[in-house]
Design a protein around this ligand. Structure first.
Ligand SMILES: *[C@@H]1O[C@H](CO)[C@@H](O)[C@H](O)[C@H]1NC(C)=O
Ligand SMILES: *[C@@H]1O[C@H](CO)[C@@H](O)[C@H](O)[C@H]1NC(C)=O
Ligand SMILES: *[C@@H]1O[C@H](CO)[C@@H](O)[C@H](O)[C@H]1NC(C)=O
Length: 223
């Protein structure tokens, strides 16, 4: 019995090392950004990466509950998809917790177009339907799989990915993120419908197409 007690100890300390020491060493780097832009106000008396906290005396139960994901999103748009976001902007109770969640509705044939979340990895569960999920690594390798209800998937932080409804009916999945504000960079909208627009000379060269194709894409994306 004595050996059974002493033998797990090295493993115990190894696990303790991994859980406690590695993340704290990792945190010696700059903290992760929680917003897109933060132009320094060198005179400010406080500095935060995120949002200041409201006084404890004003905190209510409702700050920690959110029913915004209970409603189906409207998928009547060019992509046939709708992402409802429960990030810190919609659900202020998430502030500083480093987590958030969305619901994504896909009409039949609907596509959550190629996009990335610059501040978060994503883990998602398919609730309904059949969904082709794919992402591309920085080495330009494409990984994908068709998933059904109950299946889960992971998208490493920042990588470009998409979800396409390949079933007959509607599809629904719930992605969760390790950021209170993961950010959403839609490639079609970023490249072809920014404000102001990226010059045609950039896009004609980048995609080796003429300006007519670019204006067709812009019209279809409603910009
Ligand atoms: C900081 O204060 C100085 C002196 O009052 C002022 O000139 C400067 O514009 C301030 N900078 C910012 C970013 O507010
Ligand atoms: C998503 O659905 C919501 C709720 O129906 C709607 O207000 C919003 O405009 C939709 N977004 C898009 C991009 O269609
Ligand atoms: C969904 O969005 C479309 C386009 O904006 C709109 O015409 C339609 O009325 C909306 N449907 C619902 C149920 O809100």
């Amino acid at each position: 019995m004595a050996t059974m007690i002493t033998l797990p100890r090295p493993q115990f300390f190894m696990i303790l090392f991994l859980i406690v020491l590695l993340p704290s060493a990792y945190r010696c780097a700059d903290p992760d950004p929680l917003q897109d832009l933060c132009v320094a106000n060198l005179n400010a008396s406080i500095s935060v990466n995120g949002f200041p906290c409201k006084p404890l005396s004003e905190v209510k139960s409702d700050d920690f509950f959110f029913d915004g994901l209970s409603k189906e999103g409207n998928t009547t748009n060019v992509f046939g998809s709708n992402a409802t976001e429960a990030d810190v902007l919609a659900f202020p109770g998430l502030n500083t917790l480093g987590i958030s969640m969305n619901r994504v509705d896909l009409a039949p044939g609907g596509l959550n177009p190629p996009h990335s979340h610059p501040r978060a990895s994503q883990i998602g569960v398919i609730i309904k339907g059949k969904v082709l999920v794919g992402f591309v690594t920085t080495a330009n390798v494409f990984y994908s799989k068709v998933l059904k209800a109950g299946d889960i998937f992971v998208i490493p932080r920042g990588l470009v990915h998409f979800e396409l409804n390949v079933g007959k009916g509607k599809a629904l999945f719930i992605p969760a993120f390790n950021s209170q504000l993961p950010g959403f960079v839609s490639l079609p909208l970023t490249l072809f419908a920014s404000t102001p627009l990226i010059p045609n000379s950039v896009l004609t060269k980048a995609f080796q197409i003429d300006a007519k194709v670019i204006s067709d894409i812009r019209i279809k994306l409603g910009s």
